[in-house]
Design a binder for this molecule. Structure first.
Ligand SMILES: Nc1nc2c(ncn2[C@@H]2O[C@H](COP(=O)(O)OP(=O)(O)OP(=O)(O)O)[C@@H](O)[C@H]2O)c(=O)[nH]1
Ligand SMILES: [Mg+2]
Length: 201
């Protein structure tokens, strides 16, 4: 991996199968939306590099499989997560009811100071909506976490959600000195370059 960055931060997307995790990721990273359902097998990730306060942050966004049979694999990613986006589908009551199970999983397996964001996906499906905005907001408020309703299909709030979360997690992880975020190679490279300079001048 390119070593030209200061911090490397892991963001993990979780939530029931079919809520729209992969669609959210594809919309943000590739700017597209594909209708056919393709369930995720295991875990995949994409990388976003952002400069903040003269530091380069590399965000690895991990898209997990919501299906029950992958839970053990998914769980193994919680520990290394600095931020977790928990996603439900505003047209699917079960996916909202299951949020408490996802939150329990975070409490059991993730680091204590991990940032969490709540996402109500598929906000374009207005006539099928069963979880109203206030219900989502209230749930997030009780946990003290940010909340966005998004539509990957119509490209609503997707950039806002990711960018808000990147800033929050990045700032918090650096302030609390989270383990494993500093790029050790960068210093090594700099030292090597310095050595080279010393040696050759
Ligand atoms: N109308 C609408 N449909 C969406 C939206 N996001 C996702 N979908 C559809 O919902 C279905 C499931 O989306 P995925 O992104 O594959 O869901 P997932 O959470 O990744 O599912 P798993 O990989 O099985 O965990 C697909 O058919 C998508 O096209 C959205 O914003 N609006
Ligand atoms: Mg998926």
């Amino acid at each position: 991996m390119n070593s030209n960055y200061d911090y490397r931060i892991n963001i993990v997307l979780i939530g029931d199968s079919g809520v729209g995790k992969t669609s959210l990721l594809i919309r943000y990273f590739d700017g597209t939306f594909t209708e056919p359902y393709n369930t995720t097998i295991g875990v995949e990730f994409k990388i976003k590099t952002i400069e903040m306060n003269e530091k380069i942050y590399k965000f690895l966004v991990w898209d997990t499989a919501g299906a029950e049979r992958f839970r053990a694999v998914t769980r193994s990613y919680y520990r290394g997560a600095h931020g977790i986006m928990v996603i439900y589908d505003v047209t699917n009551q079960d996916s909202f009811d299951n949020l408490k199970i996802w939150i329990q999983q975070i409490q059991a397996f993730a680091n204590d100071n991990v940032n969490i964001m709540l996402i109500g996906a598929k906000s374009d499906l207005v006539s099928k909506k069963v979880i109203d905005t206030e219900t989502g907001e209230k749930f997030a408020e009780q946990l003290g976490i940010p909340f966005f309703e998004t539509s990957s299909k119509e490209n609503i709030n997707v950039n806002e959600a990711f960018e808000t979360f990147f800033k929050q997690v990045g700032t918090r992880a650096v302030q609390t000195n989270d383990p494993n975020i500093k790029n050790q190679n960068k210093n090594q490279n700099q030292n090597q370059n310095q050595n080279k300079t010393n040696c050759c001048f």
